[in-house]
Each structure stands twice: as C-alpha cells, then as structure tokens.
Design a protein around this ligand. Structure first.
Ligand code: AP5
Length: 218
C-alpha cells in the first residue's frame, strides 16, 4: 500500500492512516506527528516549528521536505507507506515526485477525504490524543473505553492539541483553502486522486478507501 491521504484538518486522515498502516504493514508517515515529536523532544526543528503550528500556519517547505525525504528513502518505506498531512503545498508535491522517483516507491493512489467544514470544527473541538502513543479519540464519537485512558497503551491523561481551539481551527481551514487546495488540482491533473465521503463511520470510511485501492489494482 503506497497511499497519500488528503483532506481538510479534522476529516480523519490520522485516524484512517493508523488503521490502514497497521492492517497492511505499511509505515504511517504523519508530518504533524513528526513535528509534535520534535517539539516534545526539544529539537532545533521542534523549536522552529512550534510557533507556526500553535498559530495554525504551515511550517516552511524546506524543513518539511528534508524530514520527509529521510523517511521515504528508508528501507521500511519500500514495504508501503501512508502519507498523512504531506504534501500540503505545490512545492512540497513537486519535491515529493522527485523523492519518490529517486527512492523508487511510486504512489498507488491519492485519496481525498471529504467532510463539510462545520463537521470538521465539531470533530476537532472534541478530539483527544494520547501524548504517549498518538492514538486519536473523540469525546463523543470515539471515546476511550476507560475515561481519560488510552485503549492502545494504557497511558492515563489524554490531551487536547494546542491548535484545536476553534479560532485556530478556523485559521487552519483558511490556510488549507489557500495552500493545500491547489495540491488537489496537481493530483487531479495527473489522474491519481479519488474523492471519498468522510462523513460516515470510521469503519465505512476505511472500507471505502480499501475499495478504491482494490479497483486501482484490478
Ligand atoms: P497535522 O497534525 O497534519 O494536522 P491536520 O492536517 O490539520 O489534520 P488533523 O490532525 O487536525 O486532522 P485529521 O484529518 O488527521 O483528523 P483525525 O483523524 O485526527 O498538522 C498540524 C500542523 O503541523 C499544521 O497546522 C502545520 O503547522 C504543521 N504541518 C504538518 N504537516 C505540514 C506540512 N506538510 N507542511 C507544513 N506544515 C505542516 O480526526 C479528527 C477527530 O475526528 C478525532 O477526534 C477523531 O476521533 C474524529 N473522527 C475521525 N474520523 C471520524 C469519523 N469517520 N466519524 C466521526 N469522527 C471521526
């Protein structure tokens, strides 16, 4: 499975990427998770990225591209990958073409998960994540089995992301329309992108993505 997941903030890219990567033995490559790990570990990249992320702005392309190139060129990416949150600008998409060509790991498909903006704001305002393993929950849609405790790793103390405040979410949506929508057109011109309805249950969305991949292979 060599897949790119697109969509506005909060459509469920991370949720789907984790399920698909685990099920199909692929590596989940989330630029957001990688940046948050850098912030948590106090690296120079994390220090540079934090200001942009807290404001809902994009981190500069050169920092992101260097980070992605390293992981896509690794041996584990050869077995399959799910890209989540990258590319987000046209220069990132153009660089990705070169990186994938050099590493000889071309994509099977790009999937655009479509959900309306008000639903996205509702989803993000109720999102909780595990700071230990990155598992994603929602207060109402997908609560953990035991309150405030991660089902996956048992960590107690789920957190709300800094950038999930409504005002910041609305700004992230503006940034998405300005910088990331042109990337969809880039893939539409290449004929590699398929839209799927993300306003269904998590399981139904996973099935819809798998069906697209199956028909791409047929
Ligand atoms: P990033 O972490 O990539 O955030 P994002 O793209 O804004 O996406 P989200 O993680 O907010 O949402 P998601 O689509 O993954 O939804 P999720 O599955 O969590 O980026 C954060 C920041 O990092 C950026 O703003 C930028 O600063 C920087 N950055 C990252 N990549 C960059 C790049 N390439 N270039 C430059 N800067 C970059 O689900 C959301 C909620 O909905 C959860 O609560 C979940 O439980 C719930 N949910 C999921 N699916 C369903 C469903 N089917 N039904 C009901 N609820 C659902």
């Amino acid at each position: 499975m060599k897949l790119i997941l697109f969509g506005m903030p909060g459509v469920g890219k991370g949720t789907q990427a984790k399920i698909l990567a685990q099920k199909h033995g692929a590596v989940h490559i989330s630029t957001g998770d990688m940046l948050r790990a850098n912030i948590q570990n106090g690296t120079p990249l994390g220090t540079m990225a934090k200001g942009y992320m807290d404001k809902g702005e994009l981190v500069p392309d050169n920092l992101i591209i260097a980070m992605i190139e390293e992981v896509l060129s690794s041996a584990k990416a050869k077995k399959g990958y799910v890209l989540d949150g990258f590319p987000r600008t046209v220069p990132q998409a153009e660089s990705l073409e070169t990186i994938l060509w050099r590493a000889n790991v071309p994509i099977d498909k790009a999937i655009n998960i479509v959900v309306d903006e008000e639903e996205v704001v509702r989803r993000l305002s109720g999102r909780m994540t595990c700071p230990n393993c990155g598992a994603i929950y929602h207060k109402y849609n997908q609560p953990p089995k035991v309150e405030n405790t991660c089902d996956s790793c048992g960590h107690v103390g789920l957190i709300q992301r800094n950038d999930d405040k409504e005002e910041t979410v609305r700004h992230r949506l503006e940034v998405y329309h300005k910088n990331t929508e042109p990337v969809l057109q880039f893939y539409r011109n290449k004929g590699t992108i398929v839209d799927i309805n993300g306003a269904k249950s998590v399981e139904e969305v996973t099935t819809a993505i798998e069906q697209v991949l199956q028909s791409a292979r047929a």
